[in-house]
Design a protein around this ligand. Structure first.
Ligand SMILES: [Zn+2]
Length: 499
């Protein structure tokens, strides 16, 4: 008999076949890693753990479709940076992390997500500087309990810090051999909870003779998610667009998951629709780094919202809580929608976008973007038991959780309101506290023990940050940002001084 958990009398947010969400008071029986039954008055099986949910909202776990999970040690340092400045201080300096640093950043990043109810992540891991980095990051991911598509990234690399020099060929060196080794050994965990995907931003610049072998390698390795930053490939008015050029190269298919895509044209959206390509919007990072508004998930004019979802992108830059992304994205979209009319002295007759569509972007649409729509992202019999229990009577949730539970989650909640997080039938947060994690042999070689609680992880992150800071202090970041401008073809005449 698999282990079982019975959630009694919760208010469960259940999707119907049309992605409409109803709040139903019901029991939910979890057997092994799956939801076995949803009904009233389910008798508790022998040995089952019974959780009284009469004051709990039971939500599907959130799905984060674009996140650089390793970045924990870099929290707080990008508060006043635009994207190209962050690319120097955050993205390029990922190369300073050794495999041990990668382990701690990754473990803490995954645990922050679990704390905030994210049960599935598409991790664009750009600390894959060696197979050893990847193995440590995967070990940390497994230990945390989160479900992950670990996208092994092939990216530009710094070849010298003095002067700052960047090799833009992401496929150079051992990266593909290391990736192949890691991919062949996956999926990881007894339950296959961590699968391997591929992250690569070079598609718009890739000659055909390189594209064909790359795609055939991804096919051979049965890679199901190929994730790409679709940012500033072209500025407004460029024709053909970068995505049109990539489409002409013949590589696109429904495994592609783009990040951002904020300035897309209708032609770009038609390409996404034609291939079933998904897009991850990351409102906090996109808005904070001034990458355009509204984010793609709310570009309802383009007719592809059902292909969109939310990502955190950089938890070094903002919180890792998906409802924060939902809230900021929704409010930014409403503001952007109204402003042109306000500028003309008019008022919009009603607000745009609903909290329900926003909740779907945070759950079931994200699951589809991660190619797991049939497994997670909603509460249904036979699906994985990836569930979040909110406290309906917390100071933030009280009353709202009864009147409109989705609004309570999207507009009022924080991780503090999450009592319990369950991933694949395993409880990872209980009574508002993260549970200790168990480490495999790879993780034990870093931590020197087989079990860690959050305070132990936090202590190791702080120590790792200190070592990284000493290295960062020796780097000329102004020069680094200049090299990034060269890389992105940003000339001084393109930069506008705005008071
Ligand atoms: Zn990103």
């Amino acid at each position: 008999m698999p282990s079982s958990i019975l959630l009694k009398n919760g208010t469960a947010l259940i999707h119907d076949a049309n992605d409409h969400v109803d709040a139903l008071v019901t029991d939910i029986l979890i057997e092994g890693d799956k939801i076995a039954k949803i009904a009233k008055d389910i008798p508790a099986p022998a040995g089952a753990e019974v959780i009284d949910c009469s004051d709990k909202l039971v939500s599907p776990g959130f799905v984060d479709t674009h996140h650089h999970v390793w970045q924990t040690q870099y929290k707080g340092r990008h508060a006043n940076e635009t994207l190209w400045q962050y690319m120097a201080t955050g993205n390029l300096t990922s190369q300073l992390l050794n495999p041990t640093d990668a382990f701690w950043g990754q473990l803490a990043g995954c645990m922050e997500m679990i704390h905030g109810g994210t049960t599935t992540v598409v991790d664009y891991c750009h600390v894959t500087y060696s197979g050893e980095h990847a193995r440590k990051a995967i070990s940390a991911t497994l230990a945390s309990g989160i479900r992950s598509v670990f996208c092994y990234a092939a990216m530009a690399k710094v070849t010298s810090w003095k002067p700052v020099t960047i090799d833009l060929n992401g496929l150079a060196g051992n990266v593909m051999a290391d990736f192949e080794d890691v991919a062949k050994k996956g999926p990881y965990g007894d339950d296959g909870r961590v699968t391997v995907g591929f992250g690569f931003d070079g598609f718009p610049f890739l000659p055909k003779e390189y594209a064909a072998p790359l795609m055939s390698k991804l096919n051979e390795l049965k890679i199901e998610v190929i994730t790409v930053h679709h940012t500033w490939w072209d500025l407004a008015g460029t024709s053909p667009t970068g995505l049109e050029k990539v489409d002409q190269s013949g590589v696109l298919d429904n495994r592609f998951l783009l990040a951002h895509s904020g300035n897309s044209t209708q032609a770009d959206a038609d390409i996404m629709k034609k291939h079933g390509i998904h897009v991850s919007s990351t409102p906090s990072t996109e808005m904070q780094m001034e990458m355009g508004l509204p984010v793609m998930a709310f570009r309802t004019d383009l007719g592809i919202q059902n292909l969109c979802s939310f990502g955190v992108d950089c938890h070094s830059n903002n919180s890792a809580y998906i409802p924060d992304e939902a809230r900021i994205g929704l409010q930014g979209a409403r503001a952007a929608r109204a402003q042109p009319h306000l500028d003309k002295g008019k008022l919009v007759s009603q607000v745009g976008h609903t909290v329900e569509e926003t909740f779907n972007l945070a759950t079931i649409f994200g699951a589809r973007g991660a190619k797991m729509g049939d497994k997670t992202g909603s509460i249904a019999e036979g699906k994985l038991a990836d569930l979040v229990l909110f406290d309906m009577s917390s100071p933030a949730m009280v009353a709202g959780s009864i009147h409109n539970p989705i609004a309570a989650i999207i507009l009022h909640s924080s991780p503090a309101d999450i009592d319990t997080v369950i991933v694949g039938g395993q409880i990872r947060k209980r009574t508002s506290k993260l549970l200790p994690v168990k480490l495999d042999v790879e993780g034990q070689s870093v931590a020197g023990k087989d079990r860690l609680d959050w305070p132990g992880v936090a202590k190791a992150v702080v120590k790792s940050r200190e070592g990284l800071q000493k290295q960062i202090d020796g780097i000329d970041m102004v020069e680094g940002a200049d090299r990034v401008k060269d890389w992105f073809h940003i000339t001084d005449s393109m930069l506008v001084d705005v008071p």
